[in-house]
Write a protein that binds this ligand. Structure first.
Ligand SMILES: Nc1ncnc2c1ncn2[C@@H]1O[C@H](COP(=O)(O)OP(=O)(O)OP(=O)(O)O)[C@@H](O)[C@H]1O
Length: 344
């Protein structure tokens, strides 16, 4: 549905050229929800804004349903753009218009008659669960309600593609969940293709089918969400994945840890499981095979896209050689091992 071929974009800032987007290829299949994740300044906004030519790439092709937008004359581009809706972090509603007026605006601009506008706005507000707020002004709505209005407005022209620019970044976690659930419903009910950018892996985890990581203006890794969480190759991808797991040591325990093993220090490990390693009985095997004890302090396992992954905090006790061999054994079984410190 969306195909980017070798698009790139640089900005001039005083006497400096900033390559915000290096030559990039991307394919977003029809009906999918595709997430692009990256840190601040990675190039996410530049990339998504190139899709509807809000930002004109310096080169390359932007194909929507096979039509290259970069070659279209202004009038035809305006027509094609109606198929590509967009929602934003700060909603971009018109404060002087009611909810009805905001959702009606694209229909008025398209020259629809009054009765059709009434019908369509009502249908859209029902879809986003906001029918009772039809006469409210944006100032009297919560953040989540404002984003629902923005989604209804985005859908007014029956687009094929919805671009979401950090659409939940200004919302609290509960509201974020409800907006993401709404986007998933719309994706399934209307068959809408969704491309979103985010700096939060939770967003990807909750609704995306596919994900790509952007860093320094390049897509460095991408794939279906399940395999991606299970077998991420790059350090950055693994960091984003780890950010969705929350395993904290009790503060008293953390303070008692030492950096060096000393005479009798037992290592405290953070073990990251991915894919096959989650189901294999590697912990008990390591304990038996190398004659050590493994005490599990806490663990969290999750399912994403049908794949399990997880984190565990564990203390290894026994002779030094057995502990070292056990650590090597765990690494050989696709478990990332990090020594957090030593328990005396
Ligand atoms: N209009 C502009 N003029 C100059 N430099 C720009 C412009 N827009 C973006 N940049 C630069 O391009 C790079 C990528 O910016 P971009 O906004 O695409 O990143 P981002 O991943 O969306 O970041 P954030 O999450 O902070 O919004 C940054 O170094 C940014 O400073």
């Amino acid at each position: 549905m969306i195909t980017l071929q070798a698009i790139h974009k640089s900005f001039r800032q005083k006497d400096q050229i900033i390559a915000a987007l290096k030559p990039t290829d991307l394919h977003v299949p029809q009906g999918s929800i595709f997430g692009i994740i990256g840190s601040s300044g990675a190039g996410k906004s530049t990339l998504i804004r190139c899709v509807n030519l809000l930002e004109r790439p310096d080169g390359g092709q932007v194909l929507i349903d096979g039509v290259d937008l970069t070659t279209l004359p202004a009038k035809e581009l305006r027509r094609q753009r109606q198929q590509i809706a967009m929602i934003f972090q700060h909603f971009n509603l018109l404060a002087s218009r009611t909810v009805f007026g905001n959702v009606a605006l694209p229909l008025e601009l398209a020259g629809e008659d009054k009765a059709e506008i009434e019908r369509k706005v009502k249908e859209l507000l029902n879809l986003v669960g906001l029918a009772e707020k039809v006469d409210a002004y944006p100032a009297n709505l919560s953040g989540g309600q404002k984003q629902r209005v923005a989604i209804a407005r985005a859908l007014a022209n029956d687009p094929k593609v919805l671009l979401c620019d950090e659409a939940t970044s200004a919302l609290d976690p509960e509201t974020t969940k409800s907006i993401l659930a709404l986007l998933k419903t719309i994706n399934q009910r209307l068959g809408l293709t969704i491309l979103l950018i985010t700096h939060e892996m939770e967003v990807v985890k909750q609704i995306c089918d596919r994900v790509a990581i952007i860093d320094g203006g390049r897509l460095i890794e991408q794939g279906e969400v399940g395999p991606f969480f299970a077998n991420a190759r790059t350090e950055l991808a693994r960091r984003f994945i780890a950010s969705t797991l929350h395993l904290d040591l009790p503060e008293s325990f953390r303070q008692a840890l030492t950096e060096e093993p000393g005479e009798n220090g037992k290592p405290l490990l953070r073990l990251s499981f991915r894919g096959d390693s989650v189901d294999a009985p590697v912990i008990t095997q390591a304990a038996k095979r190398f004659g050590i004890d493994i005490s599990i302090l806490s663990a969290q396992m999750e399912y994403v896209g049908g794949t399990k992954f997880g984190l565990m905090l564990a203390e290894l006790m026994g002779n030094e050689r057995g502990i070292e061999e056990a650590k090597t054994f765990l690494v050989e079984h696709n478990i990332d091992v990090e020594v957090l410190g030593y328990v005396q």
